[in-house]
Design a protein around this ligand. Sequence first.
Ligand code: B16
Ligand code: MG
Length: 213
Amino acid sequence: MQYKGVIFDLDGVICFTDRFHYLAWKQAVEPLGVYFDEKINDRLRGVSREQSLEIILEKYDGKLSSQEKASLCETKNNIYKQLLTNLSPNDVSEDVMFTLCSLKHRGVPIAIGSSSKNTRFILERLGILEIFDAISDGNGLTKSKPDPEVFLKAANMLQLPPDKCLVVEDAESGIDAGNAGGFTTVGIGVAASYEKSNYKINKLSDILQLKGN
Ligand code: B16
Ligand code: MG
């Protein structure tokens, strides 16, 4: 496959903030006594904060008002943001850095396509905000993955048609979004065993073996 640009999901692909999401949700919903484990957490990958709460509440017997839900989302985000302050450039793996630098060296434009409203804060903490040619994030999105909106915005920012871009994702919802938008999808992590991923990789630098330009 020939590609001219690459769009990376953030959480689970560029960095491993998934553990912080898990810890923050666990602490935020603890007062409800609702069951929550890492398997449920896997279903939250790529899903917006509000929709993540709805998935967690599938195991909850009570009923919450929209105000209570908004307040839980805020509590979760405050805990999450506190955890994010632990992030530093040391949290970017050598493999991720090598991949990003190699693509830049080859002249391949790179973008972020993330559901997270904390994208810029995370990239700043990691010291890699400036390396990306475009950032499409959860701010201003009208539809969450599996809708392709976040990736279509990223491709638009790169001025490339979707069929000329790779989308690299760790979430099934993200692979579905990429496929729906007409992108070539690459699954890593959990999505490496998802049958709908066009390509499946073990480590990010494996994308360098797919032919670009
Ligand atoms: P926030 P991604 C997603 O990031 C996470 O995987 C998902 O667990 C989270 O709920 C979502 O961002 C929204 O994040 O609460 O920071 O706005 O995988 O799309 O980079
Ligand atoms: Mg992800």
